[in-house]
Design a protein around this ligand. Structure first.
Ligand SMILES: Cc1cc2nc3c(=O)[nH]c(=O)nc-3n(C[C@H](O)[C@H](O)[C@H](O)COP(=O)(O)OP(=O)(O)OC[C@H]3O[C@@H](n4cnc5c(N)ncnc54)[C@H](O)[C@@H]3O)c2cc1C
Length: 407
C-alpha cells in the first residue's frame, strides 16, 4: 500500500504534463490499469476522473486467470493477496432442487490448464490497490473532480476541455469513461445503450452470517428459471459477495440503487430453501440494471480511442467485464510502445487486436445467461448434460478465455 492514503485525491496537481502524455478520461478499473500499464513502459499519462472522491462502492468481482495474470504483471500480487478470495472451484447447483450439478476446478494449482490464480474480491479493494500503485508512480497524474467535456484534434495530438474550463493537450485521448461514455457519444457513435431486461442485486455479508454447511470458500452458482444466484469469498474469506440476477424491466441508471431484502426475496421466491437462506442473510442490497451496446462500427477517431465498458460493455454472466478492460489496457500500452510514431496505425492495431476477442466474450456471456436461466425440460437436459460432461471438461471449454496473454 502506498504511504499516501489510497483514497488521496489529486496527485501532483501543480506539475506540468510530461511531453508525449497520454490523456485518460475515467479513473475506473480500466483507466487506472491503462495508466499503470503505460508507466511500466515509461509512458506518462494523466487520468481525469469526474468524481470528487472514490467511495467504496460496488460489491464483488471475479478475476479469472486472464485478469490475475495482468494484475501480477503490474506488480499488484502481494497487495491483492491480502484481500482476495482464492476459490478452488465454481460449483453449479440446480437452484430449484438444491442439488449440486457440477464442480469446475479453477485457478493455478486446481486446474492443470490454468497458469494464474482465480481471484474473487471486493471491487472497491481492487480499485484501491490500483489507486495506491497509481499514486506511487511518478509517471501518472490523477486529477479528481474533473469531467472531460470535449475533445478537439490539434496539429500533433488532441486537446481536451474539462468541467472547470481548463484545457490539456496530449498525444492520444483514451475514453475509459464507462458504459454511458459521453466522449463515445460525442466523437464516435451515438448508438444507444439498451436495457437488457435483467437486474443484479448485490451485497457483501460476513461469512459467519451464512447458513452452516454452505461452501463459502468456492464460487457457488445456483441456476433457476429466469434467475441465478452467485456467491464467492471476498476480504480474504471473511466476507461473502452475494449476487442475484433476475428478469426485471424496472431500470435504474446507476450501480447503487438501494433495494429492500423483501424485494430481492420476492424475485427469488421459487428458489430452493438453501438459496433462500443465503439470500436471507443479505442486507444493504443494491440494484444494478444490466445494459448492453451493440458492437460499434469503430472504436476510434483522430488521436482518440475507447477502452473497457466505453467500447464494449459485457453482461456479467461470464464475470469478465472488468477483466476485458484490463486486457484492453495491456494491449493498448503494448501497441503504443511498439509503434509510437504512427498514432493512427497504433490505434487501428489496438482495435483489431481487441475487437474480435471482446465480441466473442460478449457473445459467450449472453449465451451463458440464456443457459443459466433456462426453464422446464430444457433446464433438466442442461443439468444432465453438464453432469455427464463433468466439471473439468466444462471449464476446459473456456481455455481460450482464461489462457489469453497480451504478449
Ligand atoms: C453485477 C455485476 C457483476 C460484475 N462482475 C464482474 C466480474 O465478476 N468480473 C468482471 O471482470 N467484471 C464484472 N463486472 C463488470 C465490471 O464492473 C465493469 O465491466 C468494469 O468495472 C468496467 O470498468 P471501466 O473502467 O471500463 O468503467 P467504469 O468502472 O464505469 O469506470 C468509468 C469511470 O469514468 C468516470 N467518468 C465517466 N465519465 C467521465 C468523464 N467524462 N470524464 C472523466 N471521468 C469520467 C466514472 O466516474 C468512472 O470512475 C460486473 C458488473 C456487474 C454489474
Amino acid at each position: 500500500m502506498s504511504a499516501r492514503s489510497a483514497l488521496a485525491q489529486d496527485s501532483d496537481a501543480d506539475h506540468e504534463d510530461l511531453p508525449g502524455v497520454i490523456l485518460i478520461a475515467g479513473g475506473g478499473i480500466g483507466g487506472l490499469c491503462l495508466a499503470l500499464a503505460l508507466a511500466r513502459h515509461n509512458i506518462p499519462s494523466h487520468v481525469f476522473e469526474r468524481r470528487e472522491t472514490f467511495e467504496p462502492e460496488g460489491a464483488g468481482i471475479q478475476v479469472g486467470p486472464n485478469g490475475s495474470r495482468i494484475l501480477i504483471a503490474l506488480g499488484l500480487e502481494a497487495a491483492i493477496c491480502v484481500f482476495a478470495g482464492q476459490p478452488r472451484a465454481v460449483v453449479a447447483h440446480d437452484g430449484l432442487l438444491g442439488d449440486e450439478i457440477v464442480r469446475m476446478p479453477v485457478g493455478i494449482g486446481n486446474n492443470p490448464h490454468h497458469s494464474a490464480p482465480y481471484w474473487t474480491m471486493h471491487r472497491a479493494q481492487l480499485h484501491r490497490a490500483l489507486l495506491a500503485a497509481v499514486h506511487d508512480s511518478p509517471l501518472i497524474r490523477l486529477s479528481m473532480g474533473q469531467e472531460v467535456l470535449r475533445a478537439e484534434t490539434t496539429d500533433d495530438g488532441i486537446e481536451i476541455t474539462l468541467s472547470d474550463t481548463q484545457k490539456h493537450a496530449g498525444r492520444v485521448l483514451v475514453a475509459a469513461d464507462g458504459i454511458h461514455s459521453r466522449l463515445r457519444k460525442a466523437k464516435i457513435s451515438d448508438q444507444p445503450v439498451l436495457a437488457a431486461g435483467k437486474s443484479a442485486a448485490r451485497t457483501v455479508v460476513p461469512a459467519t452470517s451464512l447458513p452452516n454447511g454452505l461452501d463459502v470458500d468456492n464460487v457457488g452458482l445456483w441456476l433457476a428459471p429466469g434467475a441465478h444466484v452467485v456467491h464467492y469469498p471476498v476480504c480474504a474469506g471473511r466476507d461473502v459477495a452475494l449476487v442475484a440476477i433476475f428478469d426485471d424491466e424496472d431500470v435504474s441508471s446507476d450501480w447503487t440503487t438501494p433495494i429492500s431484502q423483501d424485494w430481492v426475496l420476492s424475485r427469488c421466491g421459487s428458489l430452493h430453501n438453501n438459496v433462500q437462506q443465503v439470500l436471507n442473510a443479505g442486507t444493504n442490497w443494491q440494484k444494478w440494471s444490466l445494459a448492453h451496446l451493440a458492437p460499434l462500427r469503430t472504436w476510434r477517431t483522430d488521436h482518440m480511442t475507447l477502452l473497457g465498458d466505453a467500447a464494449h460493455p459485457i453482461l456479467p454472466f461470464l464475470a469478465q467485464g472488468a477483466v476485458m478492460a484490463l486486457e484492453d489496457a495491456m494491449v493498448l500500452a503494448d501497441c503504443l510502445v511498439s509503434m509510437p510514431s504512427n498514432i493512427d496505425r497504433t490505434l487501428k492495431t489496438y482495435e483489431s487486436r481487441r475487437r474480435r476477442r471482446t465480441a466473442r466474450v460478449a457473445r459467450a456471456s449472453v449465451q451463458n445467461g440464456r443457459i443459466y436461466h433456462q426453464r422446464g425440460v430444457t433446464a433438466t437436459v442442461r443439468n444432465r448434460a453438464m453432469g455427464v460432461l463433468g466439471g473439468a471438461a466444462l471449464i476446459r471449454r473456456y481455455n481460450w478465455l482464461y489462457n489469453w496473454s497480451w504478449q
